[in-house]
Ligand binder design. Structure first.
Ligand code: DC
Length: 224
């Protein structure tokens, strides 16, 4: 396989700092970001808020919808334009994330969004792809594949801070439980489980600042 230098994949469990790293690299390199978790959250949202009960209904809905991914570098977030409605904040809560993780086990759901994810790559621009299977399944051709790790406690703490910054209330014990449950589901599912690609750069971020993680990635990027 011919390796592509202007795709960097970042995989790892929730709350490990993938999003923060993705945006700091994207700003530095002036690339786009694919927050693939947001697409699974969209699926979770369609199930919890729009009453689409089965995977088949969700896939049908996705097929007939106009879905556009937007990288908003000013606010360091990705958004989804779904049939002219912008969804961003509506998708970022733990209930939607749990539903997303459950539905992410379904083969037909995963297959339905492969093309949307691959289409996020514009060869002229470059892409940071953030998710669980970016390096293994969606962009195996990426020359640099990063896999982030950190203990569940550190991740729950970081997620709590993010939610508090957005003015949401947090119960630490519940958050830690949700994170552990989601890890369990993401690691153990049969298709596209969360795991590092064989040629990944593994980084434990527990005791590193975002700058230190970014520097490690850039050092490896410059060697390509
Ligand atoms: O990255 P996130 O927390 O927004 O992702 C929400 C859920 O979506 C996550 O628990 C599992 C699923 N997901 C996935 O299965 N594959 C991806 N590439 C990204 C997310």
């Amino acid at each position: 396989m011919k390796l592509v230098k202007n795709i960097i994949t970042i995989d790892g469990p929730s709350g490990v700092g993938k999003g923060t790293l993705a945006f700091s690299l994207a700003e530095r390199l002036e690339w786009n970001v694919l927050d693939s978790g947001l697409l699974y959250r969209l699926v979770g949202y369609l199930s919890s808020n729009e009453g689409l009960e089965t995977s088949q209904e969700i896939v049908q809905f996705l097929k007939k919808s106009k879905i556009k991914l937007i990288t908003n570098l000013n606010e360091s977030i990705c958004e989804i334009e779904l049939n002219d409605k912008i969804l961003g904040k509506d998708l970022r809560n733990e209930n939607i994330a749990s539903r997303a993780s459950e539905l992410a086990k379904e083969t037909e759901i995963r297959n339905a969004i492969i093309k949307i994810q691959r289409d996020a790559y514009d060869s002229e621009k470059g892409l940071i792809a953030d998710g669980r299977d970016m390096g293994t399944i969606i962009f195996p051709e990426a020359a640099l594949k990063v896999f982030l790790q950190a203990s569940p406690e550190v991740r729950a703490e970081r997620r709590a801070n993010q939610l508090k910054e957005k003015g949401m209330s947090v119960i630490m014990h519940d958050l830690l439980e949700q994170i552990q449950q989601r890890d369990e589901e993401d690691i153990n599912r049969k298709i596209s489980p969360l795991k590092p690609a064989d040629d990944s750069l593994l980084i434990d971020t527990s005791n590193l600042s975002i700058r230190e993680v970014e520097e490690k990635v850039m050092e490896n990027f410059k060697k390509l």
